[in-house]
Design a binder for this molecule. Sequence first.
Ligand SMILES: *Cc1c(COP(=O)(O)O)cnc(C)c1O
Length: 387
Amino acid sequence: MTKLSNRRPSMVTLISQALHSLEPETGAVVPSIQPAATYARDENYEIRQPYWYRRDGSQTTAQAEAIIATLEEAEQSLLFSSGMSACTAVIESLPTGTHVVAPKVMYHGVLQQFQNYEANGRLSVTYYDAGDLESLVSAVESQETALVWVETPNNPNWEVTDISKAAEIAHKAGAKLLTDCTGTPPCMTRALELGADISFHSATKYLNGHSDVTAGVLSVNHVDKHWEDIENIRKLQGTVLHSFDAWLLIRGMRTLFLRVEKSSSNAMAVAAHFENHRHIELVMYPGLASHSGHEIAKRQTNGQFGGMLSIIVKGTEQTAIDVARYCQLFYPATSLGGVESLVEHRKTVSGDGFPVHPRLLRLSIGIEDADDLIDDLEQALAKAIDE
Ligand SMILES: *Cc1c(COP(=O)(O)O)cnc(C)c1O
């Protein structure tokens, strides 16, 4: 083994220690929170670099950004007050008339935003079938595309798109590739390395992991004019992540690797248990060998498959809602990626205009005991179907 003094500590060590952020004045092993909204000029009336007003960014937020940039091996990361404000900054940065391609089934907030920008005549959007590269090729070829939006695995069907191949398709057409890999955080998928130009994550989910912050992050490994425009939108819209939230996010990220490992093994146990269950029509989880994206996921998500899966319950739409209602350990709540397991009847949330199976329940598997989670679903299914 190489001595540590001769090599860089591994990613797990760097992130667990929040980049070893020892405070020189005090020796504190966790960073302090700096909440100032404004900063005084120096004796020459010059701005003290790098901060002068919090809408541009702050020290605590920059510390969180440095951790994510390390995870992503990015040149720069920018944190926003939510995933949606990060996505909206990218969409807003596109000149009027730009052609974008996006999946037909994706996170409903982003889809709504594309539909709004289309309705206002700001953008034209062609939608492709998520996980289907041929459909992506035809969508890109239909016009002069500037941005390809890939969500992998996509919400709530967990179809997997090969990021390297999507990057080839986008780049051949002269377009940029943006990936939303919120379901598989950067300890699993390093999108920039695979060819994405902009990597997006809702940090509300796995990166924070404790359901107590909303945040979004964009990362690039090549800072250009477009990136500066996006940063300027964040500044002018005032959507930078607040220092307190950045601090919670730093604390959450220190256990990222552990949490994701446990969520992944729990989700695998739940998926395997219910795959051929008499009350379940289909389990959608890339970790199952029967899943169409399994082989790509194996390569792309670092041998783990994450904590997100969906199940199609037998019976009626009401049966599915009942299962969600009858769970005692799973919280019947939206969101994902926290330490506690959540169950959600997705159609109730995304509404009628969104293509989602009426009997689909989305499960965000946390870090509890896997057998407890399985038992909870068993009793809810029995109550909803057998009784
Ligand atoms: C949650 C989520 C978003 C939006 O992020 P917020 O932090 O809720 O604003 C975008 N994409 C995916 C895949 C998500 O799960």
